[in-house]
Design a protein around this ligand. Structure first.
Ligand code: ZN
Length: 303
């Protein structure tokens, strides 16, 4: 691969949503707000702050509106909230001035989508098309996230063409960004490179990798080779998925940023500040978190 000196890579931090929602112990609102405010001062430009799913579905994020209302976030940070359906959008719009983007999701496999939202893919798409129309009418940027895009724990292989067809529907509806989630860590680097090389979609393409089987950063390198310049990650390697049980989470933002900087890419992110966020999360959670750079520190031999 050619040296990418100075080339910019976008990172959306998803820990306060994707990460927190998988924590078994309820995190106090005040701690969530503090961590969000710390993250918003690392140089990150995109931050997923919470979700507007029903409180009985994800009790951990029941205080989402409160976090969004209270967190002091600089104007140059684009705030994303995850919206499950039209009802969720209605609730979020009560705080319209507190966020810039909505993240809408469905799964690439029928079984995963039914288990997750109790709808067929077609039913989800029809609902999301309405949500996108409404959100764009409110001036919100829309990101569509397709889960289990690289393999499904229930169905196994997910045909690429099916994933692209879903993506095209979301683009046609008005999504300006499509993220492809390796929700249970089934992707491998060869598959990722082929996938993104074949993805002919005229919007920003984002890769959302999990480190479930230790291949998260290898998959990032493969996506970079295929031209992807936008990633989602979670500080402290927070997150995960109930299937498979006990699986580790998203790739760690500090591991991703460290690797990108060492490779010569720019992210705009201050790695030391990001590590401080992960360290604080570790203190709040009361257990060691999985990120490597949090343990080893940044590469600092030059000093
Ligand atoms: Zn994730």
């Amino acid at each position: 691969m050619p040296t990418p000196e100075g080339e910019f890579v976008h990172i959306r931090e998803v820990g306060p949503r994707d990460g927190f929602q998988n924590e078994p112990e309820i995190i106090p609102t005040v701690d969530k707000v503090r961590l969000v405010e710390m993250l918003a001062r690392t140089g990150l430009r995109r931050l997923e702050v919470t979700s507007f799913v029903r409180a009985d579905v994800i009790p951990q994020l029941a205080d989402g509106a409160e976090v969004l209302r209270r967190a002091d976030i600089p104007d140059d940070v684009s705030v994303t909230v995850l919206i499950p359906n039209e009802r969720g959008l209605e609730n979020a719009l009560e705080l319209r001035d507190r966020f810039d983007e909505v993240n809408l999701f469905l799964s690439a496999s029928e079984t995963h989508n039914r288990k997750n939202v109790n709808r067929s893919i077609e039913e989800s798409l029809v609902g999301l098309e309405r949500v996108v129309t409404r959100a764009r009418g409110e001036g919100l940027r829309c990101e569509g996230v397709i889960s289990v895009a690289f393999g499904c724990p229930y169905e196994g292989d997910v045909p690429r063409e099916r994933v692209f067809a879903i993506a095209r529907r979301l683009v046609d509806a008005g999504c300006e960004e499509i993220a492809f989630g390796d929700t249970t860590g089934m992707a491998n680097p060869h598959q990722v490179r082929e996938f993104f090389t074949d993805a002919e979609l005229d919007v920003q393409l984002t890769a959302h990798f999990h480190n479930t089987r230790g291949q998260g950063l290898a998959n990032v390198v493969a996506a970079l080779a295929a031209g992807v310049r936008s990633f989602e990650s979670s500080f402290g390697e927070l997150g995960g998925c109930p299937v498979p049980r006990g699986a580790t989470g998203n790739i760690a933002s500090e591991d991703l940023v460290s690797m990108l900087h060492e490779m010569g890419y720019e992210t705009g992110i201050d790695l030391e500040r990001l590590i401080a966020c992960a360290r604080e999360a570790q203190r709040v959670m009361g257990r060691p978190l999985g990120s490597h750079v949090l343990t080893a520190g940044p590469v600092d031999w030059r000093r």
